[in-house]
Design a protein around this ligand. Sequence first.
Ligand code: SAH
Length: 241
Amino acid sequence: MTFRATVLTLYPEMFPGALGVSLAGRALEAGTWSLDAVQIRDFASDKHRTVDDTPAGGGAGMVMRADIVAKAVDAASPADDDRPRLLMSPRGKPLTQARVRDLAAGPGVVILCGRFEGVDQRVIDARGLEEVSIGDYILSGGEPAALVLLDAVVRLLPGVMGNEASGTEESFEGGLLEHPHYTRPQDFEGRAIPEVLLSGNHRKIAEWRRAQAEGLTMERRPDLASACLEPPPTKKRSGDA
Ligand code: SAH
């Protein structure tokens, strides 16, 4: 079954972009997924093909018009389309590996890329667009965010990654950041590969990696660590039963 991605954008020439090469590119060619970049401007009705207007209430910048965006969404995704409709937006729920996995298990996605100050709220509400953020910073448009989301999803589609196991041992998959990696040469500018990794003792190696992952997560992402690591046992006070 082909995973169908439809991207609504003012810059269809940005697609497939980075997704046309390497794993995603090969999978696109093989038909594991499909990508349709729709020009929102084609749904404008005036001769200048205007898609934006000044913000109600005043202020800087321009806002994408609800009526034009709605026409584009409806053409790309009719009422019986069962694909989720996303709007890339810094106000959205932060994208997580769990959501990515969810999307990869579904039939595809419809992604609206914002530009200017954003999109008229009424079309977000009327078409049930789910706002998704890729992080707490502001991009100039939703296109790079859509490429990021699709990259994360496509690599999880069946058959895309050569080594299936590598998909489940990554950072976040077990709720932890991943352990560090090493490869040849054995000596790099006087730095050796940790002894245990050369020991051939698989149990010891697994333990070392787990400890590294926990240490790194605690140090760099205490928010993740508290969600998935056991809290240290609380000391019993004398007199407690
Ligand atoms: N005025 C808006 C920012 C608009 S940026 C605000 O302050 O919230 C223009 C477009 O870029 C947005 O409509 C959105 O589609 C996209 N965008 C910007 N930052 C993003 C982010 N962190 N995640 C996802 N999309 C983003």
